[in-house]
Design a protein around this ligand. Structure first.
Ligand code: FES
Length: 149
């Protein structure tokens, strides 16, 4: 853990990581609460950015997988693995009225009015009229770290 990472209750973190590990095995993606992040290769920095050590996160083990980061600078965010060594971050706010979308299979679905978005955020079905937005991210391939936010 870096010195600028938030201190987290270790007992709670261990519980959440265990739950998330089960979710990753069962669904092919991990659902991570904010407080679980540091133990799984995800570190929330004091400036609000989140650093994801992609090889340490089981939920990003294969192309097409995703990990929820919780809110990054106030935006519900997921990291998606789009290729063998490519990752990006999605803003999970539905572009219709802002409800947080949920992953179902290879798509993101909005529980409010039924909009559907492709894995990488493209619009598949309205009433939304535009794709999910990206969240700024940069990938340091040498370190294997995606910085989000
Ligand atoms: S807020 Fe998502 S479809 Fe309306």
């Amino acid at each position: 853990m870096t010195t600028d990472a938030h201190e987290v209750d270790r007992g709670r973190r261990a519980f959440l990581v265990g739950v998330c590990g089960l979710a990753a095995v069962g669904m092919g993606s991990a659902l991570l609460a904010d407080d679980a992040s540091a133990a799984t290769g995800i570190v929330r920095k004091k400036n609000g950015q989140v650093e994801v050590s992609v090889k340490k996160v089981p939920g990003l083990g294969q192309v097409g997988s995703s990990v929820l980061l919780g809110n990054v600078k106030g935006v519900p965010t997921a990291v998606i693995r789009t290729g063998p060594n490519t990752y990006s971050a999605l803003n999970l706010k539905c572009t219709h009225q802002g409800v947080t979308v949920e992953r179902t299979g290879d798509a993101w679905n909005c529980p409010a009015h039924g909009s559907q978005f492709a894995f990488a955020g493209g619009l598949e079905r309205g009433p939304a009229k535009s794709p999910l937005a990206s969240v700024r991210s940069t990938f340091n391939a040498r370190k294997g770290v995606l910085t989000v936010g």
